[in-house]
Structure formats: structure tokens, C-alpha cells
Design a protein around this ligand. Structure first.
Ligand SMILES: NC(=O)c1ccc[n+]([C@@H]2O[C@H](COP(=O)([O-])OP(=O)(O)OC[C@H]3O[C@@H](n4cnc5c(N)ncnc54)[C@H](O)[C@@H]3O)[C@@H](O)[C@H]2O)c1
Length: 384
């Protein structure tokens, strides 16, 4: 497809998404009038999907210089890259490679917005000279928050991941819905009567389990935290040991936000033909390298669907190379994602006028309420 065509397709997607849940255009109109980002330079690292384009389109109406870095090659839509360049932004993509982050930071930003914590970590560790100039940052994911919690933060980082709205709406509903839509698109599988295993029962795992059960699957949950394992039990799921779960299930989803929770050694006794799916932020929850090294045969079944014969073990089918499937497939359920994007935009707007102390900071309750009210209006329920 020609670059202009890709850009036009991405623009059409943005218009379609905004037509049914117009939360971002409302904010864009407001920012176009008040121009809160005028004179600021903001570096934003993100998965470059059409949803991200809807956010950036409106943010750019508020003035300022916007520099964008693709968080991962696997989640970069080239049509979106072209579209963002049409909006006048500098875009470093595909990929979240270190040189792209370094070049983005060379723009000497006032504010950072990150997904996964790598941009913020690079700014702190590799560009300590920038720490005084950077007023604040925003982090959106669990993985990023975990990464940054181990670091001394020289500026304030607003934690969007643990906001009530991201936790309760996007992580809990959006990811599960989008993930199963992606699995169906890639494999054609219907979930009714299938056995599904979920590793990790945080808000993401909980939503993945709930949407699989709603579609008719028999779901089992593996969780190391005893409190969350108990939640899973009372939500009605068996909570077996991982090795027992892997013997039974036909599809397993990693949703732990931790590296290597599904190792090749765990798969030795797994059910023949088991389908491996990751929904966690990175591509390291499933030990893909271990699977490649241990496999005696590889069969490219379809795009993003690869079957490996493990030596002395079962055949396994890996979707999207272990990258977060709903994001790779660009089927993050739009409304919940746009809701947390509204929160992100409102927080950046607030940071332009309000200094914050160094360290990790919760999103302001007033900003959460404002985002929730905007969402209710977008749904035609803006009373009260
Ligand atoms: N794909 C997406 O669109 C999307 C959206 C939001 C978040 N995420 C990502 O999903 C992941 C999970 O997010 P969350 O908010 O639910 O995180 P969370 O930390 O609240 O929950 C993860 C759970 O996994 C459990 N866990 C850790 N190691 C385990 C192991 N070895 N076996 C079993 N359980 C284990 C933890 O005890 C925890 O309860 C993160 O990587 C997050 O960044 C992805």
C-alpha cells in the first residue's frame, strides 16, 4: 500500500473511532481554544496504533512541539506513523530502540509521556543533564510503574496505570474484550467449550478470564499472590498449579507483567497443540527464545501464527511472537483506551500549570472525575 493510502486509512479509522465515542474531539476543541501546550516540548512514547493517533491529533491542537517514539516495532502501524508526520510531528519509529529514545530526548523536552517506563528510565540514566529541564512525566502501564519504582526519580511521575479508571475500565474490560477478538481474528477459533488458562489475576487477567467465560470457555487461573488467587476462586475459577493447568488447557494467556512466567520447561507436559498468547506489556512473559531453541520443527501456519514442535514435548502454537496480542492486532477495545488517553491528556494539561514534587504521584481525583464525566457525556449519559 502506498504511504498516502496508509495515512488515509489511518485517518479514516481515527474518524470512525471518534464518531462513536467522541471524548477526544471534545478535549481537542477545548485545547484548540486554550492552547495549554504552547511553548512546551513533549516527548511521548506509545504503541503507534490508530487509537494513539486519535489522542495525538487532539493534543497537537493545544500547541507545543510533539515528539513521538514507537514503543515497539511489532505494535507500530506505518499508516499511523505517516499520519502523525502529516500532523507535523517528529516520529521515531518503528521500534522503541535506544537510539530513537536518545534522538527524541535530544529535543530537550519539558514533559514526558511513557508506556513501559523505558523513555523515562533513559532520560534519568542517560541524560541526567535533562533532569532539571523535565518538569514531570506520565507513565501509563503496570510494567512501566514496576520498572520506575526501583529508581530514584528526579522529577514527578504521575502514575496513570493505578488510576481508578484505567484499572476499573480499560484493564478490567477493554483488554479482555480486545484480546479475544484478536484471537478469533487470527485463528478463527470459537471459544465455546474450549479450555483457557490465565496466568496472573490482576485487573488484566481478571478481564481476560471474564470475557473468555462470557464467550463460553472453561477458564482456569494460575496466580502466585494468595489474595488474588482467593479472588479467582470466589469468582468461580479453578486455581490449579501451573503444571496441572497446562496439561488441560488448549489456550493459555500470560497477563502477569513479569518476565518469563511461561518457560519452555513449563511446557514439557503441556497439552498437545496448546496456543500461547501474551497480553502483558512486553514480549518477555513467554520464553520465546527458549521455545525457538527447543523446537525441532517450525510451521508458519498463517500470519502471526507459528507452530513449534518442542523436542521431547508437545507442539505449541505461538501468536504474534509473544507480543501483546490485542495491541499488535490494533484491536484494543477503543472506548476504554480513549478513556485512559483522556486521563493522560488532562494530566499533561494540568502539569503545564502545576509544579509537582519528585517521585511517583497518583492521578488527581478531580482529573479522574472530569475524565469520567467526559466519558459519560460521550456515551450520552452526562446527567447529574
Ligand atoms: N495488552 C494491553 O492492552 C494491556 C493493557 C493494560 C495493561 N497491560 C499489561 O498487562 C500486564 C498485567 O497488568 P495488571 O494491571 O493486571 O498487573 P498486576 O501486577 O496488577 O497483576 C499481575 C498479576 O500477576 C501475578 N503474577 C506474577 N507473577 C506470576 C506468576 N509467575 N504466575 C502467576 N501469576 C503471577 C501477580 O501476583 C499479579 O496478581 C502488565 O504487563 C500490564 O502492563 C496490557
Amino acid at each position: 500500500m502506498h504511504a498516502d493510502e496508509r495515512s488515509a486509512r489511518a485517518a479514516a479509522d481515527v474518524a470512525r473511532i471518534n464518531a462513536f465515542f467522541p471524548i477526544m474531539p471534545v478535549l481537542g476543541n477545548r485545547w484548540a481554544a486554550s492552547r495549554p501546550f504552547e511553548g512546551r516540548t513533549i516527548v511521548l512514547s506509545a504503541h503507534l496504533t490508530t487509537l494513539t493517533a486519535t489522542l495525538l491529533r487532539e493534543l497537537s491542537l493545544g500547541g507545543g512541539t510533539w515528539i513521538v517514539v514507537g514503543a515497539s516495532e511489532a505494535t507500530t502501524d506505518q499508516g499511523v506513523v505517516n499520519l502523525l508526520r502529516d500532523y507535523g510531528m517528529d516520529v521515531y519509529a518503528p521500534g522503541g530502540r535506544e537510539d530513537h529514545l536518545a534522538r527524541a530526548l535530544d529535543h530537550e523536552p519539558d514533559l514526558l509521556a511513557d508506556v513501559g517506563g523505558l523513555l523515562i528510565a533513559n532520560a534519568i540514566e542517560r541524560r541526567p543533564d535533562l533532569a532539571k529541564k523535565i518538569k514531570a512525566a506520565v507513565e501509563v502501564t503496570r510494567s512501566g510503574v514496576t520498572r520506575l519504582q526501583g529508581m530514584k526519580l528526579p522529577f514527578g511521575v504521575i502514575n496513570i496505570n493505578d488510576s481508578q479508571l484505567k484499572y476499573g475500565v480499560e484493564n478490567r474490560h477493554g483488554v479482555g474484550e480486545g484480546l479475544w477478538h484478536s484471537v478469533q481474528t487470527l485463528t478463527g477459533m470459537h471459544l465455546s467449550g474450549r479450555r483457557v488458562g490465565v496466568i496472573g489475576y490482576g485487573p488484566v487477567g481478571r478481564g481476560v478470564a471474564a470475557y473468555a467465560r462470557a464467550a463460553g470457555a472453561a477458564v482456569e487461573v494460575v496466580e502466585t499472590n494468595p489474595i488474588r488467587r482467593l479472588y479467582a476462586h470466589y469468582d468461580g475459577y479453578p486455581v490449579p498449579r501451573p503444571e496441572d493447568m497446562l496439561k488441560r488447557v488448549g489456550i493459555v494467556v500470560t497477563a502477569s507483567g513479569r518476565i518469563g512466567v511461561l518457560k519452555v520447561s513449563d511446557l514439557a507436559g503441556a497439552r498437545e497443540g496448546i496456543v500461547l498468547v501474551n497480553v502483558g506489556h512486553g514480549n518477555d512473559e513467554i520464553d520465546v527464545q527458549g521455545i525457538l531453541s527447543a523446537s525441532s520443527g517450525v510451521d508458519h501456519v498463517a500470519e502471526k501464527v507459528v507452530r513449534y514442535k518442542l523436542e521431547g514435548g508437545p507442539t505449541v502454537v505461538l501468536l504474534a511472537g509473544g507480543h501483546p496480542l490485542n495491541i499488535v492486532m490494533n484491536s484494543g477495545s477503543p472506548e476504554p483506551v480513549l478513556l485512559h488517553f483522556a486521563l493522560l491528556g488532562l494530566t499533561l494539561e494540568w502539569l503545564t500549570g502545576n509544579p509537582v514534587a519528585p517521585g511517583m504521584i497518583d492521578v488527581l481525583p478531580a482529573i479522574e472525575e472530569e475524565a469520567a464525566n467526559l466519558a459519560l457525556q460521550a456515551l450520552g449519559m452526562g446527567h447529574g
